[in-house]
Design a protein around this ligand. Sequence first.
Ligand SMILES: [Zn+2]
Length: 432
Amino acid sequence: MDSRRVWRYTASVGVLLCSLASSALGQRAPEATSAVRAGRLIDVRTGRVTTNAYILIAKDRILRIADSAPAGVPTIDLSRYTVVPGLIDAHAHVLGNPKDQSSASGLRMSSAQKTLWGVHNLQTWMDHGFTALRDAGESDLGYGQLALRNSIESGLIRGPRMVSAGNFVSVTGGHGDADVLAPDQQLAPRPNIADTVDDVERAVRRDIKYGADWIKLMASGGVLDPISDYRVEELSEEQMAKAVEVAHRAGKKVMAHAEGAAGIKAAVRAGVDSIEHGTVMDEEGAQLMEQHGTWLVPTLFCFQHDLQTGLSQGRDPVSFAKGVAIVKEQGPAFKRALAHHLKIAYGVDDDPDFVSKEFGALVGGGMTPIDALRAATVNGAELLGRSSEIGTLEPGKFADIVAVEGDPMADITVMEKVVFVMKGGEVYKRVK
Ligand SMILES: [Zn+2]
């Protein structure tokens, strides 16, 4: 049975079950409350393109895909555009001013101010068609990102659906140590700093206590900070294994920032769910990830972008020098990831004004356009643990719908031209 027939079969069983359930309750089957007419509709699972398709919507959910809309149902005409599922950014940092790259930026702003910036930043994600994201951790002991997630969920503010990591769990002087001051000006001890296995357990428990969905570990040094070395492993394999044990026991997942080869391998052996960046991944690391089924979120564009912004946004010259060195590594590492058919999700790790640029970087790095679309839809949904609700345009899922000008299969950069955004049946951006 091809997947389209499976889909139809599943849909008709679904309709049958719905009608049985509703007749038992004396109710009618749901009717379409609105419709979207798509000039071209991409099925991201199969890569099939259907022309002139109608997405029938009942309130916030997709009812079915049809070849017409029932008379009287309000229909949005996107017949000039290509329609895809709402996009998913699996590596976002929503708090603060994304155009301030100075190493003290996080220390000059209160949690409240960072969170208000977050409200603003989230509208940029929405405007680019990103209706869901995973916050990849923040340097904010007040957990502004969790307040934003909860406020979107309860309808207090508008923004993408969010799952979120807590603080960066990091060794002293590691990539997640916010204390960039001189030794005699030191900050008060911060609970995300973990130099022992016990420290890790305590830091992970604190994140879980305050509502994190994910734990973010710093498995290696990084680029943006002025202190750490991206080539070296930071948290030990034993520390990361403890984080995985504690998080998984609580039903949470673990993501590891890992650039250097040793940090990647230690994190994978420790059982983390996703490797972030993987910029200096060697052959052995790629093999290990394939064996363990570990996700990769490659974030290619942000490193390329660094070369363009240079020192213009307050970047520390030490950090910029690291950026110049590491960008040479990403091409070969990404080729290894593709050769080993790793599970890949889309993540930008950058100013949300540039969130759509990762599409071009992925395809430029050797990925096919349909796989780049999958990374930002069906794969992202799976990584976020939200497959039953988002990631494809299928009956029962949220009506998260995006339209672009042109054909992304022919030119993936048209994903930068989002003209229409709907989240949960509500229009956020209209065709002008
Ligand atoms: Zn990041």
